[in-house]
Design a protein around this ligand. Structure first.
Ligand code: KIV
Length: 281
């Protein structure tokens, strides 16, 4: 077997092997250039269907089509060389049956060259997770707040804040772990429940709004950069990129209106017949 390009990416089994060890670091990425910036600093990049809301202006992730995930998945794979790339399966592409899920997940993997897919749901998705894993598709599960079910949940609500909710969520965690998922995202979950789940299951838990008790963390990159207009309580803004972008655009606009940009340094002069510029600049 010949390998044309030397790319050594983190693999799904390597993420699984990190259970209980050094925290797993991850971020969402939707484009080649942000993937390239994050790649050396994270263990995996998630092409999350949150891109529908963050980049495309949808009110929820429900309308996101498979083609959009594939397009952004390809960009993130092209932009990165080290991190495992995980692509979200969007709503309606995997719930119907294990074979429908396989067909769509295989398309995602073939067309993007990503290393794994993520899907939402606990016990109800266990059979599908097993089916995909048996057929060569590594699966990251996602339980707790599952945004694709927003119309059933009635909003983006924190999960497990009262103990009567715990049993079902714990059963979900055990079910996806036993079905063969290599890790599970715990979203918007009370800390003691996240801690219990992390202790109870054999696969790494990746928290987003689920406390420091998880085996790893993920955030939406635009949220932690300070690019999102509204962020949930669990987001820490590590940068103020939105303000920096706006400041730069304002300065550009002012200079164009004042005719102070472009300057001589940004301008092409006519070439002389000898091929050298006629005048300086
Ligand atoms: O779509 C997404 O970005 C996600 C993360 C919030 C985990 O699923």
């Amino acid at each position: 077997m010949s390998i044309q390009k030397q790319v050594r990416r983190t693999t799904a089994p390597e993420i699984l092997a990190r259970k209980g060890g050094e925290p797993i670091v991850s971020l969402t990425a939707y484009h080649a250039h942000t993937a390239a910036l994050a790649d050396p600093h994270v263990d995996f990049l998630l092409v999350g269907d949150s891109l529908g809301m963050v980049m495309h202006g949808y009110e929820s992730t429900v309308p996101v089509p498979l083609e959009l995930m594939i397009m952004h998945g390809k960009a993130v794979v092209r932009g990165s060389t080290q991190a495992l790339v995980v692509v979200d399966m969007p709503f309606g592409t995997y719930e119907e049956s294990p074979s429908v899920a396989f067909r769509n997940a295989a398309q995602v993997m073939k067309e993007t060259d990503c290393g794994a897919v993520k899907l939402e749901g606990g016990a109800r998705m266990a059979e599908t997770i097993d089916y995909l894993v048996q057929r060569g598709i590594p699966v990251m599960a996602h339980i707790g707040l599952t945004p694709q079910s927003i119309n059933v949940l009635g909003g983006f609500k924190t999960q497990g804040r009262t103990k009567d909710q715990w049993q079902l969520i714990e059963e979900d965690a055990v079910a996806v772990s036993e079905a063969g998922a290599f890790s599970v995202v715990l979203e918007a979950m009370a800390e003691p429940l996240a801690a219990r789940i992390t202790d109870a299951i054999a696969i790494p838990t990746i928290g987003i709004g689920a406390s420091a008790q998880c085996d790893g963390q993920i955030l939406v990159m635009e949220d932690m950069l300070g690019l999102s207009p509204r962020v949930p309580k669990f987001v820490k803004e590590f940068g103020n990129v939105g303000a920096a972008i706006e400041g730069a655009i304002k300065a550009y606009s002012k200079e164009v209106r004042a005719r102070t940009f472009p300057e001589q340094a940004h301008t092409y002069a006519l070439k002389s017949e000898s091929g050298k510029p006629k005048s300086k600049g």
